[in-house]
Structures are given as C-alpha cells and as structure tokens.
Write a new protein. Structure first.
Length: 260
C-alpha cells in the first residue's frame, strides 16, 4: 500500500482498555490478509438468557475492537463474514434484524473507519439485499475509496460458491461475445471474474466459537490459508484474540505445496 499522504492525519486506534499492546512479530511473518468468521453470537446470547439479537449487538463491539487491533499490528487487509447467502434461511424476524443492523452499523462506524484510514469494500451479491443497505455500503465505499492504511472487505450477502458460479456465468458471457478464447482460461484470468478481483489471497483464516469449518467463505481466496479455530464465542473476542491467532500463524511454515 502507498504511504500515508503528507496532508492526511489519520486517527490512531484507540488503545485497548487493558493496556495490552501488539506482540512483536517481524513484518515478513505477519499475514497480509486475514479472513474472519464471526461465529457464536447466538450461543453467547442464549447462555445469558438473552435474545439472539443481543448477541449480534455485542458482536459489533467485538468487531470494531478487532479492526483497531488489526490496524495496530499492521494487517493490510481484513475480510469479515457479515451476512452469508445462506443466512436468508434464518427466521424472517432475524433476517429483518440483521438487514437493519448491518445498515445501521455501517452508517454508525463509517466515519470512524474513514478517520482511521480504512478503505471499505463491499463484497457480495446485490440481489435480495435491502436497497437501504446497498446505499450505505456504496456511500461507505465512496467516502473511503482513497484511504490506504487498511482494506476492510464487508462480505454481505456473500457465499463462496455463489461467487464462483457468478464468475463462471460472467466468463461464459464474455466467451460468447468472443472477448475470451476457449482454452486460454487460466486461474489468473478467472480471478478477474470474482466479486473483488483486487482482493489478496487469504493468509490467515480465523473462526471463533470452536466450530472448525469454513462455511463457504472465500473458498477461492483461501486455497492456501492457514486455519486457526478458537473456542471463544465472537462477542468475547477482542484484539488480543486476533493477536494470539496471528502469533499461531507466525509460528507455522508455509510451503504452498512445495517440499520443506
């Protein structure tokens, strides 16, 4: 990423209330792109005798703390699974809440993200999304498009299989229009048809709640991601949890199919 513009003064991340600071990890050992599956909001609320919606509200606070922790330690790209293509199967009441909740969180946090130099990108399908949610996402993208400290991919109405199917359909259309030649389709060419072609491959894939699956998140981009699963419900996660996952990542040897 480019250096901060001379005339731009970004707001520094708010220090963690515990006084904790990022672990000392060499820059070359840090993951460039971290993917987050924020799992466990419902279980967190149930354990406390609360409505599921209260878990989502607590999860929003956890997310912003993790975003600030990612900035502190030097992550350049963060992707969050905010609403999947499968989440439409939930009850109409919860879907309605999540739509309005995502819209309101983007509106509430947009300026804070902008002040911290974060570029917001929306990744996912527009079909079925509330128009008000799309409007907030597009406004956030426009406001933050020139920021360069970190990219935050908001994956809303996103699914890995849906992304690949949509990409195949778009590629076939270009083949029919003779914009592409049969037999000349490479991985690099196909990647241009994904939802966000400029997205880096995922280095660290983190999931909370103890579940150990990817749940259809960034399937193409996570082909060689290091998986870290932690048995902590998302509302109980904060930047220290992220830093621990990064420490685990930094200790691993990545060979990408090659021999040691």
């Amino acid at each position: 990423m480019s250096k901060q513009r001379a005339d731009q003064k970004w707001v520094k991340p708010t220090p963690h209330k515990s006084g904790a600071t990022p672990p000392k990890i060499k820059k070359e050992s840090l993951p460039r792109h971290v993917a987050l599956v924020m799992d466990g909001n419902g279980r967190w609320a149930k354990q406390r005798g609360l409505e599921r919606t209260k878990g989502h509200e607590a999860g929003e606070l956890a997310l912003f703390d993790v975003v600030e922790g990612a900035l502190e330690i030097g992550i350049s790209e963060l992707s969050v699974y905010a609403f999947s293509t499968e989440n439409w199967r939930r009850s109409p009441e919860e879907v309605k809440f999540l739509m309005s909740f995502n819209r309101d969180v983007i509106r509430k946090r947009r300026d804070e993200m902008h002040q911290r130099g974060i570029k917001i990108r929306w990744v996912g399908r527009e079909a079925k999304l509330w128009r008000s949610v799309v409007a907030e996402l597009e406004e956030a993208e426009e406001l933050t498009k020139n920021n360069d400290l970190m990219i935050l991919n908001m994956c809303i109405n996103y699914g890995g299989r849906a992304e690949i199917v949509d990409g195949v359909n778009a590629l076939l259309t270009d083949l029919q229009k003779r914009k592409l030649k049969p037999g000349k389709i490479t991985e690099k060419v196909f990647a241009r048809y994904l939802d966000e072609p400029k997205m880096n491959d995922v280095d660290l894939f983190f999931r909370s709640s103890g579940e150990q699956r990817t749940s259809n998140f960034l399937m193409w981009q996570s082909a060689y991601a290091e998986m870290v699963f932690m048995d902590v419900l998302w509302p109980d996660v904060d930047r220290r949890t992220l830093w621990k996952a990064i420490e685990i990542y930094a200790e691993r040897e990545r060979r990408f199919g090659g021999a040691k």
